[in-house]
Write a protein that binds this ligand. Structure first.
Ligand code: HEC
Length: 84
C-alpha cells in the first residue's frame, strides 16, 4: 500500500528522537512510554504530530505532507511493543 511505503520513508526521521527518547520523547517499542500517550486517543496524537507540541522537540513540520493514514501508521510502529 502506498501509505505504508511513505510512512516507512519517514520512520528514520521519527526514530531520530523516538529511538533514543531525546527530549523526553516516548521511546520506540516501550509500552510504558506509550501507554499514557495512547490513552489520549489516536485523533489527539495525530494532531500532536501535525501541530507539534510547543516547548518540546516535537516540531510541527516533522511530517509535512503526511496523510492521517500515514501518521497513524507511524504512531502504530513507534508504539508497537518490541521484544527485548
Ligand atoms: C526532534 C525530535 C523528534 C522528532 C524528529 C519526532 N518526535 Fe515525536 N516527540 C518528540 C518529543 C520530545 C515528544 C514528547 C513531547 C512531550 O513532552 O509531550 C514527542 C511526542 C510524540 C507523540 C506523542 C504526542 C502526544 O500528544 O502525547 C507522538 C504520537 C509522536 N511524537 C510521533 C512522532 C512521529 C510520527 C514522528 C515522525 C514523523 C515524530 N514524532 C518525530 C520528539 C520528536
Amino acid at each position: 500500500m502506498q501509505a505504508e511505503v511513505q510512512a516507512a520513508d519517514r520512520m528514520p526521521v521519527c526514530a531520530a528522537c523516538h529511538d533514543t527518547g531525546a527530549g523526553g520523547a516516548p521511546r520506540m517499542g516501550r509500552v510504558q512510554d506509550w501507554a499514557p500517550r495512547l490513552k489520549k486517543g489516536m485523533p489527539t496524537l495525530i494532531s500532536s504530530v501535525r501541530q507539534g507540541i510547543p516547548g518540546t522537540l516535537m516540531a510541527s513540520e516533522t511530517c509535512d505532507g503526511c496523510t492521517d493514514a500515514e501518521i497513524k501508521s507511524l504512531i502504530r510502529r513507534l508504539s508497537a511493543p518490541v521484544k527485548p
